[in-house]
Design a protein. Structure first.
Length: 191
């Protein structure tokens, strides 16, 4: 049995062949869903990747701004959290500036070098908030060069099956750092 073709008059008044309606509408109803099912994984992977990239850029800029603000605060020689410790005040200042969920100043390192010493030479005084150890005078005195460094890892939204080879820690790890010259403040406030 072949296809049935019939003729109808078109708008121009000429005869036009018309195919039977069975193959025109009945057999293609599920085609759109099948095509979407084939394309959806790639589409969602792309959407998650764009969201991850935007979120990571925001987080990195926010953490860098927090470290910059903490470095600026450290350079003034102030202590404001009531503990009498500049280190504690600097950590609190950095933490208060971070607005990214899941990121905190628990891995903040504060180092300083005395006046006349080039950073990278000599022995710096360092404090690491991860281990809560190091020199308590790591915020430095007047005219010391102080460096704040914060390393953090942010989890990714995109499925890590494919992207896992690029991010072995199941997230994106970055470091923000800021270096300032301490102002000539009263050295009696240095802890």
């Amino acid at each position: 049995m072949g296809k049935v073709t019939r003729s109808v008059f078109g708008k121009s008044g000429s005869m036009q062949p018309v195919k039977s309606g069975g193959s025109r509408f009945g057999l293609t109803k599920g085609q759109t869903m099948v095509e979407f099912a084939m394309v959806a994984p790639l589409f969602f992977l792309l959407i998650f990747a764009v969201m991850d990239y935007a979120g990571l850029l925001f987080a990195q800029m926010n953490v860098q701004q927090a470290v910059d603000d903490g470095g600026r605060y450290a350079s003034t020689g102030q202590e404001s959290d009531g503990t009498g410790s500049r280190i504690s005040s600097i950590i609190t200042t950095v933490q208060n500036e971070i607005s990214v969920p899941g990121v905190n100043a628990s891995n903040l390192q504060i180092c300083s070098v005395p006046p006349g010493t080039t950073p990278g030479t000599g022995t710096p005084l360092c404090y690491n908030s991860t281990t809560d150890s190091g020199n308590t005078g790591a915020a430095g005195g007047p005219q010391y060069i102080v460096t704040l460094t914060l390393t953090t890892t942010l989890p990714l939204l995109a499925p890590l099956g494919f992207l896992g080879q690029f991010f072995p820690t199941a997230g994106y790890t970055f470091t923000s750092s800021s270096t300032f010259l301490n102002e000539p403040f009263n050295p009696s406030t240095t802890d």
